[in-house]
Design a protein around this ligand. Structure first.
Ligand code: 13P
Ligand code: G3H
Ligand code: ZN
Ligand code: ZN
Length: 309
């Protein structure tokens, strides 16, 4: 099966009130862990590549690894650019065969965001590629940019409706209180579900996207810390809030931090518990299994996309 766009997958998810996981990929073990999990769960999948991942792994390697994953599994896989910050990087990925790109011009003023997104939409749609944009601004670390809490802004529902209408974008990332990374809340976790409800009412039958949606499961933070890590006070979005969001028009849920924590915990544990080992396959293999288990858990127990192919 060739790579697919998210169009039909999102429509089914919207109607079925579940969400598709968009998982960040950076190397072979991460890709294999995610894809094996989706295969066992019979779930569609979005593999997303950030600019940082392209820099780390070399775009050609990542593309070929994703192609290998399809050969191996026959799964419907969307290859998506995460947080493209310019028309140029979106064009590059479209020309490289990505089936979906995110143009994140959310740090620009409203009108400028619209005109950058329109340009990407025009180029992408012409080539059968779908586009995600962002309105409002999440706090946390995105590539090299650290958005402070005071610079973060929630999505304005009326602007969201106007933005979608004027850009022709296929999906929209919204800011309702999530943030990137492992430190999402200082106090009790809280998302603005009223705002989400208003946005989804103004945009019926339109797929919304939730970034910064890792749960930061305490057992994995504890495991990292138990084996020499130093990750104090990490906190994420509770799983029941993600389930609730999936009922309200959120069709794509972005997860990176939870994979990083699971893989790091497993590798730390493997290295410490087996000090005589110096074969990378042992600890990277443990990391890959941890990714697979985490993704299976997400698909089956949080996103609800098992057996939807
Ligand atoms: O939104 C993300 C990637 O675009 C990832 O979010 P997390 O840091 O919560 O995993
Ligand atoms: O949005 C952020 C993702 O977690 C990607 O992170 P990265 O830019 O460090 O690859
Ligand atoms: Zn952003
Ligand atoms: Zn993101």
């Amino acid at each position: 099966m060739p790579l697919v766009t998210s169009k039909e997958i999102f429509q089914k998810a919207y109607d079925g009130k579940y969400a598709i996981g968009a998982f960040n990929v950076n190397n072979m073990e991460i890709i294999q862990g995610i894809v094996d999990a989706a295969k066992e769960e019979s779930s569609p999948l979005i593999l997303q590549v950030s600019a940082g991942a392209r820099k780390y792994a070399n775009p050609h390697y990542l593309k070929k690894l994703v192609e290998a994953a399809i050969l191996d599994t026959n799964l419907p896989i969307v290859l998506h650019l995460d947080h493209g910050d310019s028309f140029e990087i979106c064009k590059q990925c479209i020309d490289d065969g990505f089936t979906s790109v995110m143009i994140d011009a959310s740090h620009h003023p409203f009108e400028e965001n619209i005109s950058i997104v329109k340009k990407v939409v025009e180029y992408a749609h012409d080539k059968g590629v779908v586009v995600e944009a962002e309105l409002g601004r999440l706090a946390g670390i995105e590539d090299a940019v650290n958005v402070s809490d005071k610079d973060a802004t929630f999505t304005n529902p009326d602007e969201a409706a106007e933005f979608v209408e004027r850009t022709g974008v296929d999906s929209l990332a919204i800011a309702i209180g999530t943030s990137h990374g492992a430190y999402k809340f200082k106090g009790e976790p809280n998302l603005d579900f009223e705002r989400l409800e208003t946005i989804s009412k103004l945009l019926p039958n339109f797929p919304l996207v939730l970034h910064g949606a890792s749960t930061v499961l305490p057992e994995f933070v504890d495991l990292c810390n138990q084996y020499g890590g130093d990750i104090p006070g990490a906190k994420g979005v509770p799983e029941d809030m993600l389930r609730r969001a999936a009922q309200q028009g959120v069709c794509k849920i972005n997860i990176d931090t939870d994979l990083r924590l699971a893989m790091t915990a497993a590798i730390r544990k493997s290295i410490i518990e087996d000090p005589k080992n110096f074969d990378p396959r042992k600890y990277l293999g443990a990391g890959r299994t941890a990714i697979k288990d985490m993704v299976k858990h997400k698909i089956a127990n949080v996103l609800g996309s098992s057996n939807t192919i």
